[in-house]
Design a protein around this ligand. Structure first.
Ligand SMILES: NC(=O)c1ccc[n+]([C@@H]2O[C@H](COP(=O)([O-])OP(=O)(O)OC[C@H]3O[C@@H](n4cnc5c(N)ncnc54)[C@H](OP(=O)(O)O)[C@@H]3O)[C@@H](O)[C@H]2O)c1
Length: 327
């Protein structure tokens, strides 16, 4: 495993960071809790020290799974990244920023983006309880809330740093302008954003800014929620209540299939899987601090951690880029 410093903080994170969205179950067709806990433990046993979760993932369940999984490990050697600012209890209706309706047990649950100071403080206490810990290494606003001034949210993060409840402040899904505004109030360690071989928009604006200003970039959905593993082209079917039934439709699936077919021999030559090649490629792109890799069982978690053993030469990178240009 490789470890990288995050922005201008003293946090050192594992380049493959465990992504705990799917083990929340909700939106992902559910998951066995035993598998979830074992996936986290298997990651840590392979050298992954950093875990990314959020209250929204499974409406608290993902954080609970992380809390249970890390009980037997030395807390000081693990970095917990969590978030705040997506609320579902309905108590903020009319105040927050409506996001979308999640479905849980056949019921529609409206989700709001809400990051007032009081809400940040409240959510942190709830997260600490579910995670069974007394501090969070990196606390990130999950999505921008247009109903709360950025300064107010960042003041809450600054206060939490002073109180020792969080080690560093981060943002997620922020534009470059929003990051600039936030940094006037608090040292923003990182921006967590979507990035993959199929989604490279941040290379235009966030990457140059982050490199120049030493702001970390934490990337999510590097395998495009499993699409880039290639497995849905050959095996298995998603459950009806899996959000990826819709999510995958944004891509030209025939072109993605042809691309994966083209890079499969390169992966095989290196004794790796396509998803390991995808993760390694992502980790080597300029400005990328760490790669969040989602896993719902130990087998996936181990394979993802081992992706960092893969060596890609400059000519391998050119080969991949040439194949990508056809999509
Ligand atoms: N800040 C945000 O707004 C935001 C948004 C999305 C995600 N995230 C974070 O980023 C993390 C990673 O992104 P993600 O979970 O959306 O997507 P991802 O990492 O691109 O894909 C995860 C999915 O890929 C499949 N997979 C993973 N490893 C595999 C392996 N070795 N072999 C075969 N299949 C494998 C699994 O699919 P199956 O479930 O079908 O087995 C898994 O659920 C999340 O867990 C979360 O922490 C943040």
């Amino acid at each position: 495993m490789e470890y990288r410093k995050l922005g201008n903080t003293d946090l050192e994170l594992s380049t493959i960071t465990y992504g705990a969205f799917a083990i929340g179950g909700s939106m992902w067709g559910g998951n066995e809790q035993q598998d979830s806990i074992e996936s986290v433990k298997a990651s840590i046993d392979c050298g992954v020290t950093t875990l990314d979760t959020a209250p929204f993932y499974g409406f608290g369940l993902s954080e609970e799974m992380i809390g249970q999984a890390i009980k037997d490990y030395d807390r000081s050697k693990i970095q917990i990244l969590t978030k705040f600012g997506l609320v579902w209890d309905g108590s903020n209706q009319g105040r927050g920023d409506y996001f979308f309706d999640a479905e849980e047990g056949g019921k529609k649950i409206p989700i709001y983006k809400y990051a007032s100071k009081a809400n940040v403080i409240k959510e942190v206490e709830e997260s600490l309880g579910r995670l069974q810990t007394d501090y969070i290494d990196l606390l990130q606003i999950h999505w921008p809330d247009h109903t709360t001034p950025i300064a107010e949210t960042m003041e809450a993060l600054d206060l939490l740093i002073q109180q020792g409840k969080i080690r560093a402040a981060g943002v997620s899904n922020y534009s470059v302008d929003q990051v600039k505004e936030a940094r006037q109030i608090v040292n923003v360690a990182s921006n967590q954003v979507g990035y993959s071989m199929l989604n490279r928009g941040i290379e235009q604006d966030l990457v140059p800014y982050a490199l120049d200003q030493n702001v970390g970039i934490i990337v999510y959905s590097p395998m495009e929620r499993g699409l880039l593993t290639g497995k849905y082209f050959t095996e298995g079917k998603l459950k009806d209540n899996d959000h990826r039934n819709g999510y995958f439709q944004q891509f030209d699936l025939q072109k993605v299939k042809a691309f994966l077919h083209e890079i499969t021999p390169l992966a095989a030559d290196k004794g790796a899987t396509v998803s390991q090649l995808v993760l390694r490629w992502t980790s080597l792109q300029p400005g990328i601090s760490v790669v969040l890799a989602g896993a719902r069982n130990a087998t996936q978690a181990i394979a993802n951690a081992k992706a960092m053993d893969l060596v890609l030469t400059p000519s391998d990178l050119v080969f991949i880029q040439t194949a990508l240009a056809k999509i």
